[in-house]
Design a protein around this ligand. Sequence first.
Ligand SMILES: Cc1cc2nc3c(=O)[nH]c(=O)nc-3n(C[C@H](O)[C@H](O)[C@H](O)COP(=O)(O)OP(=O)(O)OC[C@H]3O[C@@H](n4cnc5c(N)ncnc54)[C@H](O)[C@@H]3O)c2cc1C
Length: 250
Amino acid sequence: MTEWSIGKIKKITYWTENLFSIILNAKINNFYAGQFTRLALKINNKKIKRAYSYINSPQNKNYEFYISNIKNGKLSTNLYNLKVNDKIFISKNSSGIFTLNNIKSCENLWMLSTGTGIGPYLSILQDKICFKKFSKIILVHSIRYIKDFSYLNLLKKIQNKYFDQLIIQVILTRNININKNILYGYIPNLIKNGKLEKKIGLKINNNNSHVMLCGNPEMIKQTQNFLEKTRNLSKNLKKQNGNITSERYW
Ligand SMILES: Cc1cc2nc3c(=O)[nH]c(=O)nc-3n(C[C@H](O)[C@H](O)[C@H](O)COP(=O)(O)OP(=O)(O)OC[C@H]3O[C@@H](n4cnc5c(N)ncnc54)[C@H](O)[C@@H]3O)c2cc1C
């Protein structure tokens, strides 16, 4: 049974017509960077709950969530219509193993994301331990249009702090050829055709890499299959260490 706390909306940012973030305050238990919680609202007398990943670092008590307003979505459309000072249910305890405590230290940490799947990485990147555990961190953010790159300013701040230890690569799936630093297409295809690794200047391999995958389940499935078959990477399991850790959003 979920134990609920009642939170209060502190801030809402509307990035685009379907991407927004909420910040709320509530009394909840500590979480690890990369974990998710459950948010809920009473809709027609029924509590509708869904999982959302924290964006903020575990030390920051302004709990922030980056959300896609899904057309006809039961909860996200109602979250989109919240106002400052509105009440919201938040689970007291957080969940999930998409965290660095479950990943062994290695040279290169690849963080691959689609859309709001960048969320857990933003929390992880704001946690100092991340930059102690890996020599290079490659954050790959696949979005439809450049206007969907909502957290560019936060990422620039983090990059300024850690300089070339953090590489950020944007991939656009709809806008084509607007900037030569951007890649165009789908993550699994850009790994298969070698364009992603060529652009970054690093290879994903079994000896020195760990790959995290978050967001669209199809991206996760295709990328994981390819890396398992061609690079000998394996799923990171509780019982057996591997080098692929994933979080599906649906
Ligand atoms: C561990 C975990 C963490 C999650 N963290 C986040 C998060 O930080 N931000 C976030 O926006 N969502 C996140 N989700 C998805 C979220 O829980 C909901 O599924 C989503 O908000 C849709 O809920 P809904 O009630 O509006 O839609 P529903 O009426 O439940 O419709 C669900 C459908 O919406 C689509 N969908 C769900 N999530 C997305 C998405 N992010 N982008 C595009 N299409 C989607 C899928 O087709 C899915 O079948 C997470 C899911 C999981 C399992």
